[in-house]
Design a protein around this ligand. Structure first.
Ligand code: SF4
Ligand SMILES: [Zn+2]
Length: 462
């Protein structure tokens, strides 16, 4: 089937990583631009393949090039709603090609070609060919398919514009529905190939964390292939409407995660947050010092207020783990009125990159938008605190209230030098994504995702 392609094509290469030492060129990614798009169309010329712009043989080793993958499909039973789900498979299928690595989705894609693949005679037309064969095989309802690959800068730019406009149409459609309007949600386990216990729950308000699949896409996919990786999940009993906890969703997550996760709050980063595979567009993270939540996205290059960049944070909370205080999310979820509603929504957000903030102007409540600092306003916890105070961010009331509660024993009649707070046996009293402690012998102990449990909390007057 793949005899015209000079490298192997098989699911066994899916986990292959191409490190910079072994890389011939990089395509798209954070230092360039690119996108992938599947469109249902009329008059598709079946089997047509084209590369617009330089082929690999015309590229220079070690360079980075813009990159677009445009797939047009036609078939009697193909609905437009299936575009997003078919598009999402490009990631997995491109990775079947030995010597080609594909990360992320939509306009976030990031690819690499290995030196060995180039030496074997591999070129981008072979990639287009493999993709067209694999997609047809995976989705028998595709009757005709054509694949175009763009590497010429101006072509990629105009393709990117079309792609973004298409994503927006898909996303806007889902925005009209809300969780209460539907009887069923959907689950997706497409990412279990690398995050074996991860299950995405997709609801009208919570677009999948990869940002590429919404409730409508899932509905079409589950209808087309009920035994496939996307399936229907009934809600069951609403256990908590604000947190977004449903009995049948919990049961399904437990079953599909092989018992690793058995409870999920769809709209909170606390206690039982939605798990994260690795393809999230952004991460929400708790900042314990200020009792607020920060957001960082994949494109943000600097350090977050926790002192680590996006990549390090992603490493801590991906792989399908449920890590309290962190949750991966899509940009679209940040446009939902239910966005982390159990935690206070935007009133609890105390830091986010400027680029995200600008893109969410219509969705962040007017009364709070000017009060949330970006990297341009504050970087450290201290600077954030100052900005929040100066701009009267609602979190300040929360902090003040919490402080008053702690200080209360001192204002009581019997002012003692030491106040004791008895908590339930071994209650979690603090949480820190990173806790650093000096130790003897010139070493420092760093605890990651530390949870501190205590039998008693003692508050001493300084
Ligand atoms: S991130 Fe979630 S919804 Fe997106 S492909 Fe992976 S499992 Fe499916
Ligand atoms: Zn994923």
């Amino acid at each position: 089937m793949f005899e015209d392609i000079p490298v192997d094509v098989s699911p066994m290469y899916e986990g292959e990583r191409i490190r910079s030492a072994n890389m011939f060129v990089e395509l798209a990614g954070p230092k360039s631009s690119g996108a992938e798009l599947v469109q249902v169309a009329e008059d598709v010329e079946d089997g047509a393949l084209e590369v617009v712009g330089p082929e690999l043989s015309e590229m220079t080793e070690g360079e980075i090039y813009p990159f677009g993958i445009s797939v047009k499909i036609q078939g009697e039973k193909l609905e437009k709603e299936l575009e997003g789900v078919i598009e999402r498979r490009i990631h997995e299928l491109c990775n079947y090609v030995k010597g080609f690595m594909h990360l992320n989705q939509r306009d976030q894609i990031w690819c690499r070609v290995s030196k060995e693949a180039l030496e074997a005679g591999f070129n981008l037309e072979h990639l287009a060919n493999a993709l067209s064969i694999l997609l047809k095989e995976e989705f028998p309802i595709i009757e005709k398919i054509s694949v175009s690959i763009f590497t010429e800068e101006s072509e990629v730019e105009s393709f990117l514009e079309t792609a973004r406009a298409t994503y927006e149409v898909r996303d806007a459609r889902a925005r009209e529905l809300s969780d209460e309007d539907v009887d069923v949600f959907y689950g997706c386990v497409m990412c279990q190939s690398f995050a074996p216990s991860h299950v995405c729950i997709v609801t009208p308000d919570r677009t999948a964390l990869c940002g590429a699949i919404n409730w409508f896409d899932c509905r079409a996919a589950a209808k087309m292939d009920p035994d496939g990786p996307i399936f229907e999940v009934t809600k069951g009993e609403v256990l908590d409407n604000i947190k977004g906890e449903y009995s049948d969703v919990n049961v399904m997550i437990s079953e599909k995660s092989q018992g690793v996760t058995d409870r999920v709050y769809l709209h909170s980063v606390f206690e039982y947050p939605h798990t994260s595979c690795g393809c999230f567009e952004a991460v929400a993270f708790y900042i314990p010092e200020l009792d607020g939540i920060g957001i960082v996205d994949r494109d943000f290059r600097g350090e977050t207020p926790l002192g680590i960049p996006f990549s390090a944070m992603a490493g801590q909370c991906s792989g399908g783990k449920q890590v309290e205080g962190f949750t991966g999310l899509s940009m679209e979820y940040m446009r939902s009125p239910k966005f982390l509603q159990a935690d206070g929504g935007y009133e609890r957000i105390i830091w986010l990159p400027k680029e995200i903030k600008d893109s969410l102007v219509e969705f962040i409540p007017e009364e709070v938008i000017g009060k949330i600092p970006t990297e341009e306003d504050a970087g450290s916890i201290k600077e954030i605190r100052k900005f929040l105070r100066e701009n009267e961010h609602p979190i300040m009331d929360r902090l003040k209230q919490a402080k008053e509660e702690v200080e209360e024993p001192e204002t009581a009649e019997e002012v003692s030098e030491e106040a004791e707070m008895t908590v339930a046996p071994m209650t979690q009293v603090a949480y820190a994504p990173e806790l650093s402690m000096p130790a003897g012998g010139g070493v420092r102990i760093i605890l990651k995702n530390a949870k501190v449990y205590a039998e008693k909390v003692i508050i001493k007057r300084k």
